[in-house]
Design a protein around this ligand. Structure first.
Ligand code: GLU
Length: 299
């Protein structure tokens, strides 16, 4: 593995990277706050990035709505907001790198032809460039490890073995996996603080860092917010948008991060007290954060 030293890496640069497939919901506010508080506690920068590479699911109206909501909670990006769909050429360039290394291959498989592998794509297939094709990454027997300051050591032994993930889709859109790694690297992001639902994406991301010869950022995952039936709250299970700039909502979100504040008078005050109180290690023992009764009407 080549380890290029990156002088910028000593500075804390965090980010919140929502996909604009719907408005911000309570769970995404908690994630945004965790990444923000961690960055600010360490006197770092915090940057918003809109992950809208999936042109079939993302809408610019959601981007607007999300940024308005973040503004209303005074979660302001320290740099101009990066919008992935405006940087497609850089993903294409990095895909070319992988083509040169011959670790990606074109694939004409269809959802039907892959159905027998329950959505996975286990090995390289005989495909042609002449018909519509995606680009997939070959499998690998490498094992990756990540020191997650909340979850502990994450060891990924099987994640890369039986599946060749798509990096560029047949319809021309790049995958989250490629775009997130390329952007975190080129934006010099030093710390990822994100939801535990993304643990399953981590091994492929560490693998891409390795293939590009880049140093991965520090990564930690906050416990998942679940609804009363134990499912992750997400747009898929109808999480409702949150109210803009609503102090009680902010306090509830902080409560999930183990920060309870006594009657701050404003969002500004709540945030500055929360920065002082933030301690990621308090989240260590918690598997998930079930929503409380009084929060149900927020989602
Ligand atoms: N865009 C991803 C999402 O909304 C999150 C990316 C990340 O934090 O790595 O699920």
């Amino acid at each position: 593995m080549s380890h290029h030293t990156n002088p910028e890496q000593t500075l804390y640069r965090g980010r919140f990277a929502p996909s604009p497939t719907g408005p911000l919901h309570f769970g995404s506010l908690v994630s945004a706050l965790a990444s923000y508080l961690d960055a600010k506690k360490q006197h770092g920068s915090w940057i918003i990035r809109i992950e809208d590479v999936d042109g079939t699911r993302c809408k610019s109206s959601f981007t607007e709505q999300i940024t308005k909501t973040l503004d209303s909670y005074q979660l302001f990006s320290d740099e101009s907001i990066r919008v992935q769909s405006q940087h497609i050429n850089i993903y294409e360039q990095q895909l070319s790198e992988l083509k040169k290394q011959q670790i990606v291959f074109p694939c004409n498989c269809t959802r039907q032809s892959l159905a027998k592998y329950s959505g996975n794509h286990p090995t390289e297939c005989p495909s042609t460039l002449n018909t519509p094709h995606s680009w997939r990454l070959k499998t690998s027997s490498k094992i990756y490890q990540c020191q997650d300051s909340i979850q502990g050591t994450l060891l990924f032994t099987e994640d890369l073995k039986n599946n060749c993930p798509v990096l560029k889709r047949k319809d021309g859109f790049f995958s989250y996996q490629l775009a997130v790694v390329v952007d975190d690297h080129f934006q010099n992001i030093s710390h990822l603080v994100r939801g535990a639902d993304l643990i399953e994406t981590t091994a492929q991301q560490l693998h891409l860092y390795d293939l590009f010869g880049w140093i991965p950022p520090n990564i930690c995952h906050i416990p998942l917010i679940t609804n009363h039936s134990g499912d992750k709250i997400s747009k898929q299970n109808h999480a409702k948008p949150i109210k803009n700039g609503h102090l009680p909502t902010l306090l509830r979100a902080l409560h999930y991060l183990k920060i309870d504040l006594l009657e701050p008078s404003s969002i500004t005050e709540a945030l500055s007290l929360a920065i002082e109180a933030w301690d990621a290690s308090k989240l260590k023992e918690i598997k998930n954060l079930p929503l409380e009764e009084q929060d149900l009407h927020f989602i």
